[in-house]
Every structure is written in structure tokens, then in C-alpha cells.
Design a protein around this ligand. Structure first.
Ligand SMILES: CC(C)=CCC/C(C)=C/CC/C(C)=C/CC/C(C)=C/COC[C@H](O)COP(=O)(O)O
Ligand SMILES: CC(C)=CCC/C(C)=C/CC/C(C)=C/CC/C(C)=C/COP(=O)(O)OP(=O)(O)O
Ligand SMILES: [Mg+2]
Length: 274
């Protein structure tokens, strides 16, 4: 079960799903339970399919990068298992979206097909792939707005914070994968502009997200339910920025740190909205 969880990166799926629910609440002020569940399931199934295909295609690269966090590299699952799951899970996501609305279905279909294109090609384009992944982190908020019948400024602000911190994290991740990325000639910022530039750009983007994190208070008001969790997220992000400025080589720790920061960010976005 752990191998399947790791392959599908279901903790990411749950985060994507929570972001959809946040998008629904912030856009409409209410939460229709059935649409919320379907929106959550859409994000979980679609991201799981994309991540499974990613590991299937990244096998050689992950092996070279000694990515023992990936179940195929550990030998816990066979490559064909990843491909089967990638194909089998997507329809559940598309059907969930279709049951919400045709617009939701089109959105989920587009972002997931782009996910496949990322796995197959976009990833090799470096910063273009980074921008796409960062967009997928802002997308669930917008998807929630679409489910609620309209995306408002507040949802766009939350999605901007996710985009900036996500782009900084993706560029940071490229630093860790420089060696293996050579196999697919991934034109990551770290490989094209150099590791030092990638450290700096990643630090700037994450700092920008932190500096903009009070913006939602315009909508939430002075709400400690938002302020406290987001302040924790900001502190964690700033610790990461300090490590990036120091060119810390333990990117694996920084990946985990930033994911935790995003979790606290999601908690603040959710508690601030309810
Ligand atoms: C300033 C501030 C408070 C920002 C918080 C922004 C926020 C709430 C971000 C959450 C966005 C989100 C829905 C993330 C889902 C989880 C995630 C990181 C998805 C992207 O995964 C792609 C990544 O390349 C996977 O690699 P890894 O995480 O190393 O397994
Ligand atoms: C709101 C809706 C419908 C969906 C939002 C969330 C979705 C489905 C996103 C789909 C696309 C997605 C999750 C793409 C992620 C692609 C991916 C596997 C990125 C990580 O790959 P690598 O760049 O190889 O990084 P790793 O080294 O961690 O494998
Ligand atoms: Mg990968």
C-alpha cells in the first residue's frame, strides 16, 4: 500500500483536493457537499494518474538520481504497474468532473492532458515545465471557483501565492536532479543557467510569495485562523530561503520543508475561509 501511495503521491492529491474545496468556499461563500466531494475526487484521481505516468517515464532518470523516494526505483512496484494505474485512474477523475459540469470536465481534461504532455515532453523544456507545474498548484483554487460558478479576485490571489511558491520550489528541485536530468536533457534552470542562479531565483520567488501572503487579509480581515497557520508557513518558507542563499545541498530536506509550508498555507487558506 505504501508503494502505491508513494507512486500516486496521494499526499499531494489530498492537498490538491483541499485547494479545490478552498476555491469553492472562497468563490461562493458556501459548500455544496456533493460538488465538493466530486471536485476533491477529480483532483485526486487526475493528479494520481499524472504522477504515475511521470514515474513510469522518469524511471531511468530517477534511477540515476538515486531517487529512493520513488517506488519504481526501490523495486516496490513494476514499471507496468505505474502505466496501468496512470491509464486506469484518469477516467474516475474525468467522470467526477463531468458529474459537476461540462466546464469542470473540460478544465480537468485539459490540465491532466497537459500533465501527460509534461511527463512526455514539457518537463524537458525546463522552466516551461516548471511554470506548468506551478500552474497546476494554482489550478485547484481556480477549479473550485469554476465549480462554484465564478472565479473571484480572492481566489486568484490565493492561486498566485501557490503559483509563486510552487515555481520557486520546482526550480529548487531542478538543482537536486541535475545529474539524472542530463539523461533526458532536461533544460532545467539549474542545468541551463547554473546551480547558483537556480538557488537565487528559487529564493526570490519563494520570498515574493511570503511577502504577498498578507494580501488575502484584504478579504479575510484580521483573522487569526488565517494569520497563525500562514505565519507558520512563512517562517518555514523563510528558513528554506536562508538555506537556498547558503546553497544548502540537502534539497531533499528543502523539498519536504516547502511541502510542509504549503500544507500550513492550505490550512490557513481553509480556516480563514470558513
Ligand atoms: C506564501 C504561502 C502561504 C504560500 C502557500 C501556497 C500554497 C497553499 C500552496 C499549495 C499548492 C498545492 C495545491 C500543492 C499541491 C502539492 C504539490 C506540491 C503539487 C506539485 O507537485 C509537483 C512536484 O514536482 C512533485 O514533486 P515532490 O513534491 O518533490 O514529490
Ligand atoms: C484541479 C484539477 C482538476 C487538477 C489539479 C491537479 C492536477 C490534476 C494536476 C495534473 C497534473 C499534475 C499533477 C502534474 C504533475 C506532474 C508531475 C508528476 C510533476 C513532478 O514530476 P517531476 O518533475 O518528475 O518531479 P519528481 O522528481 O518529483 O518526479
Ligand atoms: Mg519525476
Amino acid at each position: 500500500m505504501k508503494a502505491i501511495w508513494d507512486l500516486l503521491r496521494l499526499e499531494h492529491g489530498i492537498m490538491y483536493g483541499i485547494a479545490v474545496i478552498i476555491g469553492i468556499i472562497v468563490s461562493s461563500g458556501t459548500l455544496e457537499f456533493d460538488k465538493a466531494i466530486l471536485g476533491f475526487l477529480t483532483a485526486v484521481f487526475c493528479q494520481a494518474s499524472s504522477f504515475a505516468l511521470n514515474d513510469y517515464l522518469d524511471y531511468e532518470v530517477d534511477l540515476k538520481n538515486k531517487r529512493i523516494d520513488r517506488p519504481l526505483v526501490r523495486g516496490d512496484l513494476k514499471r507496468e504497474h505505474a502505466l496501468i494505474l496512470a491509464v486506469a485512474l484518469a477516467p474516475f477523475g474525468f467522470i467526477s468532473a463531468y458529474l459537476i459540469s461540462f466546464q469542470a470536465f473540460l478544465f480537468a481534461l485539459a490540465i491532466t492532458i497537459l500533465g501527460y504532455i509534461y511527463d512526455l515532453k514539457l518537463k524537458e523544456l525546463g522552466v516551461v515545465g516548471n511554470v506548468y507545474i506551478a500552474f497546476t498548484m494554482s489550478a485547484p483554487f481556480l477549479f473550485g471557483g469554476i465549480i462554484a460558478g465564478g472565479v473571484n479576485v480572492q481566489v486568484v490571489v490565493l492561486s498566485l501565492l501557490a503559483f509563486l511558491s510552487g515555481l520557486g520550489r520546482e526550480i529548487m528541485k531542478g538543482i537536486e536532479d541535475v545529474e539524472g536530468d542530463a539523461l533526458r536533457d532536461v533544460k532545467s534552470v539549474a542545468r541551463v543557467k547554473g546551480v547558483n542562479f537556480a538557488y537565487k531565483l528559487s529564493a526570490i520567488l519563494i520570498t515574493l510569495a511570503v511577502l504577498l501572503s498578507p494580501l488575502p487579509l484584504i478579504h479575510y480581515g484580521f483573522n487569526l485562523l488565517y494569520i497563525v497557520p500562514v505565519a507558520v508557513a512563512d517562517v518555514i518558507f523563510l528558513r528554506t530561503v536562508k538555506s537556498l542563499i547558503r546553497k544548502d545541498k540537502d534539497i531533499r530536506r528543502l523539498r519536504k520543508e516547502t511541502l510542509l509550508a504549503m500544507l500550513f498555507g492550505l490550512l490557513g487558506f481553509l480556516l480563514g475561509a470558513i
